[in-house]
Design a protein around this ligand. Structure first.
Ligand code: AMP
Length: 462
């Protein structure tokens, strides 16, 4: 197969920006119930019209509803919860002050910083304070900031729990909880930490859950506990941002680095974020590219926060053209003009694929997502393409003939372990608990292990 054209159900990319896409809906921000200082900050940022997720989520959150929202990064989802939270906190003044009033939990340091940067931008005409809190750096300055008073805390689960145990953070004034990228947090094994945090929150609060994909586990987690939570789905289940040109190339494993170098040189790539499965692989690839005179840097969890921040800043500024990242480290990377992502190793989970390629084509810009598929990836590819609902177009390069071609996927592919009929919802929750615990090698928390309904109760229970 030289080239498979996208099937009819593939969404045609609109060649326009997210702002233009939003404008077609003719709903101004001023109609959503946001007050002048916030509207002014939005105008300063250059937004004209709310995106679909913003149009749906902002009024719902302002009305006090709990929410479960499926929206990928790149749809404007951050502003969809940040703006109404700012509005609420600005209008309803705190009784005692100096206490956290909104808590946003995110899976990674990068995303934490990114969300907090958005809050700072949108609240520039308000008298509200925010802070990003994550591990890997000195906790003392963070404690000091908490003492001085923070209205909105954006935090990763581990450091947050640490601060709770040290009684450095208090939630008696908490009004809103946001779980951002919930599917990702489940995948990363944060469920125990999150449950422990939620145990310490006041039961009277508004709860918002955002997730790129509403997997059965995420939906079950949210829905079974709070039937009243409003569910919003922006993109149809399992689609990717429409401006991304996806294609794949089958390649023998030992030819991957040569193929990557060839593509970089031959197609004169300006920039690429390259996903790889292991940190060892990342270091090796950087050195292989270096031997071919291509400068790349690696970013992964083992690097110090300062190193990661520097590498990321270099990549964002365009000084560094090629960034090799393990999936977790790359979470939360927000670069407006990132033109290309490469799945050097195909991810194991379809959601991960969707997340990864969501790094490009952001804010409506067009992007390219290229996957290297080796023989052993067939099942993963089937799962990904089944989730997408279409076959990804294939390209072949004469210089890289493959020893064995990867067959074309079966689109209704269901992994063997998913074929078992479900024994009711509680088993599904147990599976979530088990999977996530195994990943982190942590013992499941006593209070969530035996009664799956408790797991969910903690997330949304009042
Ligand atoms: P997010 O999905 O929150 O990661 O946002 C993706 C990008 O869209 C960010 O660069 C935002 O600055 C941008 N954005 C958010 N809301 C709007 C809007 N209403 N109009 C134009 N751009 C927006």
């Amino acid at each position: 197969i030289n080239y498979l054209p996208p099937p009819a159900i593939c969404i045609t990319p609109p060649k326009q920006s997210l702002g233009v896409y939003a404008q077609r809906l003719y709903m101004p921000f001023s109609k959503l119930g946001l007050s002048d200082p916030i509207l002014k900050a939005i105008t300063d940022k250059g937004y004209n019209t709310p995106t679909p997720i913003q149009q749906k989520a902002i009024p719902a959150i302002l009305s006090g509803k709990d929410l479960v929202a499926a929206a990928q990064t790149g749809t404007g989802k951050t502003a969809s919860f940040v703006l109404p939270i700012l509005e609420k906190l600005n209008v309803e003044h705190a009784h005692r002050g100096k206490r956290i009033r909104a808590l946003i939990i995110t899976p990674t340091r990068e995303l934490t910083e990114q969300v907090e940067a958005n809050i700072a931008l949108y609240s520039k005409y308000l008298d509200l304070t925010s802070m990003a809190m994550y591990g890997g750096i000195d906790a003392e300055p963070q404690k000091q900031r908490l003492i001085e008073g923070v209205d909105i805390l954006v935090a990763t689960p581990g450091r947050l729990l640490e601060m709770i145990y040290q009684r450095a953070v208090h939630f008696d004034e908490l009004e809103v909880l946001v779980l951002d990228e919930a599917d990702r947090m489940l995948n990363m094994g944060f469920i125990d930490d999150i449950n422990k945090v939620i145990d310490r929150l006041p039961s009277k609060r508004q709860s918002l859950l955002f997730s790129a994909t509403l997997t059965d586990d995420v939906r079950f987690l949210a829905k079974t506990v709070n039937e009243d939570a409003l569910e919003i789905t922006i993109s149809p289940k399992s689609t990717t941002a429409p401006t991304i040109d996806q294609w794949l190339i089958t390649v023998d494993k030992d030819k991957k680095s040569a193929l990557l170098s060839h593509l970089i040189n031959d197609q004169q790539w300006d920039q690429a974020l390259i996903f790889i499965s292991t940190k060892h692989g990342a270091a090796k690839l950087v050195s292989q590219l270096g031997k071919r005179n291509i400068t790349a840097e690696a970013i992964h969890g083992d690097r110090s926060q300062a190193m990661r921040a520097k590498t990321l800043a270099d990549f964002k500024s365009g000084e560094l053209k090629f960034l090799v990242a393990t999936g977790i480290a790359a979470r939360g990377i927000d670069i407006d003009n990132l033109t290309r992502v490469v799945n050097y190793d195909l991810p194991f989970k379809p959601e991960e694929y969707i997340h990864r390629i969501g790094r490009t084509g952001r804010a409506g810009a067009s992007g390219e997502a290229i996957s290297f598929v080796a023989m052993g990836d067939f099942k993963n590819l089937c799962a990904i393409e089944s989730r997408l609902g279409h076959i990804i177009k294939r390209k072949e390069f004469e210089e890289f003939p493959v020893r064995k071609t990867v067959p074309v996927s079966i689109l209704n592919y269901v992994p063997k372990n998913k074929k078992q009929p479900k024994q009711g919802n509680s088993n599904s929750a147990k599976r979530t608990q088990k999977n996530t615990s195994q990943r982190t090698n942590r013992k499941p928390a006593k209070d969530t292990n035996n009664d799956s309904s408790n797991t969910n109760q903690h997330i949304w229970g009042k």
